[in-house]
Ligand binder design. Structure first.
Ligand code: FES
Ligand code: FES
Length: 158
């Protein structure tokens, strides 16, 4: 028998009171209970990184975390990156440098990079590029993603 519980998720500074099975993963809660479908599910077992979101500022694979575990923490998803209709510098750089093709992996890359840069400001550009090797893209061959990241780093740090 399934056990449901009411939890409150804080996502992009907005509260969502939702009723979920205790085994519901955070990615499904974000997509299906909070209506935030920008977080994508690829492998669903922690390999591809498409589902990456920030939990208390740290990149997390939301297919490997239960929604209940995120209660009381601040979750950020790709929907929270743009401010006042202005894209985040990293989003703009992905457009400018053709860092995406189908776009399926893009939200995961964006959240991973934002989380790494914000939480580890002392990392060098090369170390940040190394950190994003944990995410997979089936389309781009990675070179344009790396170009986009390198181009956005000065503004992100500034
Ligand atoms: Fe979570 Fe692939 S869907 S790591
Ligand atoms: Fe298609 Fe990365 S742009 S998977």
């Amino acid at each position: 028998m399934s056990t449901f519980t009411e939890i409150t998720l804080s996502v992009n500074n907005k509260k969502h009171v939702i009723n979920v099975e205790e085994r519901r993963i955070l990615a499904d809660a974000l997509r299906q209970d909070c209506g935030l479908t920008g977080t994508h599910l690829g492998c669903e077992h922690g390999v591809c990184g498409s589902c990456t979101v920030l939990v208390d500022g740290q990149p997390v694979r939301s297919c490997l975390m239960f929604a209940c575990q995120a209660e009381g923490k601040e979750v950020r998803t790709v929907e929270g990156l743009a401010k006042n209709d202005k894209l985040h510098p990293l989003q703009q750089s992905f457009i400018d440098h053709h860092g995406l093709q189908c776009g399926f992996c893009t939200p995961g890359f964006l959240m991973l990079i934002v989380g790494v840069v914000e939480s580890e400001p002392a990392l060098t550009d090369d170390e940040i590029i190394e950190a994003i090797s944990s995410n997979l893209c089936r389309c781009t061959g990675y070179q344009n993603i790396i170009k986009a990241v390198r181009a956005a780093l000065p503004e992100m740090r500034g």
